[in-house]
Ligand binder design. Structure first.
Ligand code: SAM
Length: 240
């Protein structure tokens, strides 16, 4: 076998949620590093690597061929889930994109997800959109992770098919969508680091909005509420 693929910690954590022997799809699979790594670790695993852009698609084909994995990893060129047949993959991975794009890829291809029992996402921003999509589409959040790599804090959100068992509803729902039901309970150092920065960012936005001739009251209220939530969550943390 060729050398083991060197995977970023971010993708290693995402990959750790793929169960043994899975047939999984990695959508947006630039270089196919994640499917190559998983198939090297687990000789029963098989994968589909989907890419919309020709350059990354060619890199993925080249990686798969270099690692002699072409029999187990099918690299396909296409937009989102259109590369999949109905009921094909039991796991889906979508990593390294914005949450809004991840949610739109899921929404546009949801008829393909009949047997997809686990979806592993790693949104770079706007994680809320992904959590909202899961909630509206009969997936419940089963795991969350938060990590720091090269100066960025990343979240990994894993959802399993079926009823919500985390009680993501009621008054706390909006907070859970923003912070993550597991992450806001655990409140790791990376979580605090992320939300302290986010609070500063939102405070700067409020200052800018106040300077406008006609301040956008609705936007200011929304951001002020979020600042209040962040303060509450970080303050609770200090009390524990
Ligand atoms: N998943 C890898 C990772 O996390 O390191 C690659 C992330 S890279 C920043 C995003 C990749 O997703 C790019 O290669 C891009 O071409 C691909 N992509 C973006 N939109 C896509 C879509 N709708 N369908 C398939 N691939 C897409």
């Amino acid at each position: 076998m060729r050398s083991i693929v060197k995977l970023s910690n971010r993708l290693k954590i995402a990959a750790s949620y793929i169960k043994d022997g899975a047939l999984f799809a990695d959508i947006g699979s630039d270089h196919a590093y994640l499917p190559c790594y998983v198939c090297q670790q687990d000789t029963e695993a098989k994968a589909i690597a989907g890419e919309v852009s020709e350059g990354p698609y060619n890199s993925a084909v080249a990686s798969v061929s270099y690692h002699n994995l072409a029999e187990r990893i099918d690299v396909r060129l296409g937009d989102g889930l259109e590369v999949l047949k109905n009921n094909e993959a039991d796991h889906l991975v979508i990593a390294g994109m914005g949450g809004t794009l991840i949610a739109s890829i899921l929404e546009n291809g949801k008829e393909k997800l009949g047997r997809t029992n686990r979806i592993i996402t790693q949104p770079n921003v706007d994680e809320r959109s992904v959590r909202k999509w899961f909630l509206a589409n009969n997936y419940h959040i089963a795991h969350e992770a938060i990590l720091e790599e090269n100066g960025h804090v990343y979240e990994v959100i894993v959802a399993d098919k079926g009823e919500d068992t985390n009680n993501m509803m009621g008054d706390g729902l909006e907070k859970q969508l923003l912070f993550g039901p597991f992450l806001m309970n655990t409140k790791s150092a990376f979580f605090r680091q992320k939300w302290e920065k986010q609070m500063e960012k939102r405070s700067r936005v409020i200052s800018q909005l106040r300077k406008a001739k006609i301040p956008d009251q609705e936007k200011m209220e929304k951001i002020s509420t979020e600042i209040k939530w962040i303060e509450e969550v970080l303050h609770d943390d200090k009390k524990q």
